[in-house]
Design a protein around this ligand. Structure first.
Ligand SMILES: [Zn+2]
Length: 386
């Protein structure tokens, strides 16, 4: 076990760390633990090994009956369960959805009426207090949700991001042994999500020296490991991916994501690609445009030298001399991971479908993307993909 790399956060990193759940619950004085977990992944990943130790110190209630892409209706069910069971600790063991759900349960505890829950989501107030202890243990590498102070929740088709300092957990359990049991597709798409987070964080307008240092470290871990982790994971590649995905999460916790992420939500909703896959389909094209955006397209206040340095760093990480080559390298990486890169094959096979995806992005809210895009420019970027 090592904790030194995480300085200001309590992260228990190492193979088998999940078996410390009971110890951690004890440290946090928990007596009643709501375990928010994936349906099948919990046992398949080996995470169920946490139960004997946890049940020695606390009464445990398990909840897994919620859909991926956290939504308000499921949240309402969970909030009623929290009201009834009255946990002092919520432990999430799963992917991004399970962790986001646990964060939201802590944030909105005490609100049980459906309309009141939706009102709070729409109001989007900063989450500045919580009375429940929160421990997050990812079983994928990764969404980075264990490292960020925000969570996504949908009301119908509408996406909301809820944020605040109290969305951060008390403790993270980062156990690479939990991440190897998913399908190759799951490992590939989660891994690409982490790579995209690191790349987007490096070029984000809101990047800081600290976020760049996290993003840089993330890419150095993720890129050499992602192919072997996808095709034949071992503990060595799992450790690199687990740590890399966590650091990518730390990076976007500071810098936030950019256009590739903004574009991905519509691709997921309309064409069913899983989150990381949907991000990856456009990331190579954004790399190419960002490497050489042309005059006057950088966001106001972003120095060309700052952007140039970030782009050189990204190109170097992919072993590319220019933006076009970076796109090719990234598309090749997707294909090596078994991920289809064609938007046609995803079902966005008409000009209208591409234009409608572009129109679904609110370009006013792309201020964190280093390069400005109009809706028409976004549509053109999509039309240039196969
Ligand atoms: Zn993501």
């Amino acid at each position: 076990m090592s904790t030194s790399a995480f300085a200001d956060r309590d992260v228990r990193f190492g193979s088998g760390a999940i078996e410390l759940a009971g110890v951690i619950a004890g440290e946090l004085d928990a007596r009643r633990v709501l375990l928010v977990r994936g349906k099948r992944s919990f046992t398949a990943s080996g995470a169920h090994r946490l139960l004997p130790g946890l049940e020695q110190v606390a009464k445990v209630e398990q909840w897994s009956d919620f859909a991926p892409n956290t939504d308000a209706a499921d949240l309402e069910v969970g909030l009623r369960l929290v009201e009834r069971f009255d946990p002092d600790l919520i432990l999430a063991v799963g992917g991004g959805s399970a962790m986001d759900m646990a964060k939201l349960l802590c944030a909105y505890r005490g609100t049980v009426d459906g309309e009141a829950v939706r009102e709070r989501i729409r109001a989007g107030a900063t989450v500045a207090q919580r009375s429940t202890r929160l421990v997050l243990a990812p079983t994928t590498s990764g969404s980075g949700a264990e490292a960020t102070h925000f969570a996504v929740v949908y009301i119908g088709d509408q996406k909301f991001s809820i944020a605040g300092p109290e969305m951060l957990p008390d403790t993270v359990v980062l156990d690479p042994a939990l991440t190897v049991s998913g399908s190759p597709y799951q490992r590939a798409t989660s891994g690409i999500d982490a790579v995209a987070q690191a790349v987007e964080s490096l070029w984000a307008k809101a990047a800081t020296a600290q976020s760049r240092s996290f993003a840089r470290a993330a890419l150095r871990l993720l890129l050499p490991a992602i192919e072997s982790f996808t095709t034949g994971p071992d503990l060595r590649s799992a450790r690199a991916m687990s740590l890399g995905a966590h650091l990518a999460g730390r990076a976007i916790d500071l810098s936030k994501t950019t256009a590739a992420h903004a574009m991905s939500y519509g691709i997921t909703k309309r064409h069913g690609l899983s989150h990381g896959h949907a991000v990856g389909v456009t990331l190579g094209s954004f790399m190419e445009v960002h490497a050489d955006p042309g005059p006057g397209r950088l966001q106001a206040g972003l120095a060309p030298e700052t952007h140039g340095a970030a782009m050189r760093e990204i190109l170097t990480a992919f072993g590319a001399a220019d933006g076009a080559e970076a796109r090719v390298r990234f598309v090749d990486l997707m294909r090596n991971l078994g991920l289809e890169t064609s938007l046609d094959k995803a079902g966005a096979d008409t000009r209208e479908a591409r234009e409608s995806l572009a129109a679904g992005v609110n370009v006013e809210r792309l201020g964190n993307n280093p390069v400005r895009f109009t809706t028409g420019e976004l549509a053109q970027l999509l039309l240039d993909i196969d």
